[in-house]
Write a protein that binds this ligand. Structure first.
Ligand code: ADP
Ligand code: MG
Length: 263
């Protein structure tokens, strides 16, 4: 369980950018959305201890992040940065993914096993010898996920994992996220892509100016007038509204609703 209680955070000498956030999640997919600068990444960095609260508490499976190092927390919460390609520094994909488990003091044999499991989980088996910089955008994003997966975290925080990817690359990342979900990971998905929210999320949290404005079902989330928060209603839902049918999650569902169950 990830539990955040009354979290306030201010960067050195600045105003608060998180203001009294209460939040909890288990093994589910939660989408975290909000305009640029609303505090999403700052919040995410608290979950694996990269940042420590100015006020309030962050508790991961019963442990206060203040009492744990980032290395210890990375076994519980894997944080995949926005623009992860800036984080690669090894000459091969294998070494890149092996870095985490190596730091955790795993044996050569365990490292081999963890790396091949992590690469398989993101669909990059066979890429071991490739240079990280030579990968495509979607492959880089999946490599970044493999790098945190190799430490076997229960929770994953994905910070805008599809931003800047083309449609094909985005599909490959979505597929990976679905696999991770199936394998029982809790996932906090930070995104601007409302289609992705509709497709993947089980719950949505909306941040605005450092405050949590909404935390609830996907269906009710899309009843908020999103334009106020620089977010866009998915085309599918606009279409559903034109046809005067309720909430749908896919084109198939819309078709069924429009044709009125074949009556
Ligand atoms: N390292 C930093 N130092 C000072 N201010 C920062 C730093 N990182 C982010 N901020 C500020 O904190 C606020 C929240 O930023 P951020 O958490 O990155 O929002 P989001 O991820 O929602 O775009 C913004 O006003 C941003 O300018
Ligand atoms: Mg951000």
């Amino acid at each position: 369980m990830i539990e955040v209680r009354n979290l306030y955070y201010a960067y050195k000498g600045e105003q608060y950018v998180l203001k009294g956030i209460n939040f909890s999640m288990g093994e589910e997919i939660v989408a975290l959305v909000g305009p640029n600068g609303s505090g999403k990444s700052t919040f995410a960095k608290h979950l694996n201890g990269l940042l420590k609260p100015t006020r309030g508490d962050v508790i991961i499976d019963g442990e206060d992040t203040r009492d744990r190092t980032v290395a210890e927390l990375s076994r519980k919460v894997g944080y995949v940065f926005q623009n992860p390609e800036h984080m690669f520094f090894e000459e091969s994909v294998f070494k890149e993914v092996a870095f985490g488990p190596k730091n955790l003091g795993k044996s050569e044999e365990e490292i081999e096993e963890l790396v091949s499991w992590a690469l398989k989980s993101v669909g990059l088996e066979g890429y071991e010898k490739r240079a990280p910089y030579s990968l495509s955008g979607g492959e880089k994003q999946r490599l970044a996920i493999a790098c945190v997966l190799s430490m076997k975290p229960k929770y994953l925080v994905l910070d805008e994992p599809t931003t800047g990817l083309d449609a094909k690359a985005e599909k490959s990342v979505v597929k990976t996220i679905k696999e991770l979900k199936k394998n029982g990971h809790g996932i906090l998905l930070i995104t601007h892509d409302m289609d992705l929210v509709l497709e993947l999320a089980e719950r949505v949290v909306l941040f605005y100016k450092g405050e949590k404005l909404y935390d609830g079902s996907v269906k009710e989330f899309f009843e908020i007038s999103l334009e106020e928060y620089s977010l866009e209603t998915p085309e599918l839902l606009k279409l559903a509204r034109k046809f005067n049918v309720g909430f749908v999650k896919s084109l198939d569902e819309l078709m069924v609703a429009v044709s009125g169950d074949g009556t």
